[in-house]
Design a protein. Structure first.
Lengths: 200, 200
DNA sequence: CATTATTCTAGAATATTATTCTAGTCAAGC
DNA sequence: GCTTGACTAGAATAATATTCTAGAATAATG
C-alpha cells in the first residue's frame, strides 16, 4: 500500500509534467515553452522535471514515443481482419483518421514537432518501432501487389498514396486552418486512397 | 554608384546570414541553431544579425516568406494555360513536385519548420499571401466543380486530395527516409491526384 | 566638397533560460 | 528505527538570446 502510494506519487508527477508539456508545446511550440512554464503548470519542481526527463527534448521525445505507440497499437489486428485489398486499404485510412479525431493533441504534437526532436535515444527507439510497424504493413501488402490486387508501383510511393491525403487534411484541421472535424471526411479519404491504389 | 555599392554590402551580409541560417536550421533545427553559429558561418557580427532581422524567429520567417513567394510565383500562369480540369490538376501537382525537386533546402525548411514560426508580422504577411494564392486556385476550380468536370466534394477536402500525396512524399524524401528523388514520381502523383478528383 | 543624417557593423554588457548541483524528504524492506 | 534508493526542492551555474553603445561606411544635402 505504501509502495502503491510511492508509485502514484511518481506517476502523478511524471504524468502531470507530460500533460503540462503537451499543452504548452502545442500552444506555444517546443522552443517557446520554458521549463519554468512546465514547472508552474504541472506543479512540479525544476529538480523533478530533470529527474524524470533529463532535458527538455526528452520530454518531447517521450510524448512522441507514447503517442506513436498508442496509434500503432490501435492498428494492430485491423489488417489481419481485412478480407481483401480494398478493405485493408480503407481500414488503414479510417483507423488513422479515427485516431487523429480521438487524440487531436497527441496527433498535433506528432505532426508538428517531429522535426524538432533530434536523435536522442528515445527517438531512435521510436524510429525502430516505426520501422517494425511499417515492415508489418509492407508484409501485408506484398502478396496483394504480387497478385495484382493492388496497382503495381515503386514501393516508395505506397505510403504516400495510402495516407498522404488524410495526413494532409489532419494537418489542416489540427492547425486550425480547417474547422470541419476530420471524422466527417473519413470515407472520402478512404475512397481516395483506394482509387489511387486499385488496379486500373 | 556609391549607392549601388552600399546596397551590395547590405545585400551580401543579409544574404549571407540567410544562407547560413537556412543551412543550419535544416541541419540542426531552428532551436538548436545558435546566433553564434549563424554569426560564424556567415561572417557577420551579432550586431549585424540583429540589425537585419531583430531576432532569431524573424530570420526563419524571412526564409519562409521568400520560399513561399518563390513557389507561388512559379505556379502563376500555369492554371491560366490549362485547357481543362485534368490538365489543370496535373499541372498543379507537377509544378509542386518540380519546385520541391529544384529547391530542396527551401522545401525542407517550409515543410519542417512552419510550426516553429509563430505569428510575427512577417508570418502574418505570408499567411495573407497564401490566402490570396489559394483563393486564386479555388476560383479556377469553381466553374469546373459547378459543371461536374471535377468530382463534387466538401470544399475543405480539395487541397488535400490534390497535393496531399505529393506533399507526403516530399516530406519522406526531404527527411532522408526515402532516397528516390521526388521527380521520378512526378506522373504517379499527378495521376493519383486526378484519380481522386475526376468525376466517377 | 564638406557636412550631416542614416544605415550598417562590431563586440561588450545584460537578460533569459536550460541545466547541474547540493541538500534534503519520503517510502520500502530489513 | 535504520538504511537505501527514488524522488523533490530550489539555489547555483552555464549557455544563449537580446540589447546597448560606439563607431565606420554610405547616402543626402547645400
Amino acid at each position: 500500500m505504501t509502495r502503491q502510494k510511492s508509485i502514484l506519487r511518481t506517476k502523478n508527477t511524471r504524468e502531470k509534467i507530460l500533460d503540462a508539456a503537451l499543452r504548452s508545446f502545442n500552444e506555444h511550440g517546443i522552443e517557446a515553452t520554458t521549463i519554468e512554464m512546465i514547472r508552474e503548470d504541472s506543479g512540479a519542481s525544476v529538480g523533478s522535471v530533470y529527474h524524470h526527463f533529463g532535458n527538455k527534448e526528452n520530454i518531447g521525445a517521450t510524448l512522441y514515443l507514447e503517442a506513436v505507440r498508442d496509434y500503432q497499437q490501435g492498428l494492430q489486428g485491423l489488417l489481419a481482419a481485412a478480407e481483401n485489398a480494398e478493405a485493408g486499404v480503407k481500414a488503414i485510412t479510417r483507423s488513422y483518421i479515427d485516431w487523429v479525431g480521438a487524440n487531436p493533441e497527441q496527433a498535433r504534437f506528432i505532426l508538428y514537432s517531429r522535426r524538432y526532436l533530434a536523435r536522442s535515444g528515445l527517438m531512435a527507439e521510436a524510429e525502430r518501432e516505426t520501422q517494425r510497424f511499417l515492415a508489418a504493413i509492407a508484409n501485408w501488402f506484398k502478396p496483394l501487389m504480387a497478385s495484382g490486387k493492388i496497382k503495381r508501383l515503386p514501393k516508395e510511393c505506397y505510403s504516400s498514396l495510402l495516407l498522404g491525403s488524410a495526413h494532409d487534411y489532419a494537418r489542416l484541421w489540427l492547425s486550425g486552418r480547417s474547422k470541419k472535424p476530420i471524422g466527417k471526411f473519413r470515407d472520402i479519404f478512404a475512397e481516395a486512397a483506394w482509387s489511387a491504389l486499385k488496379p486500373d
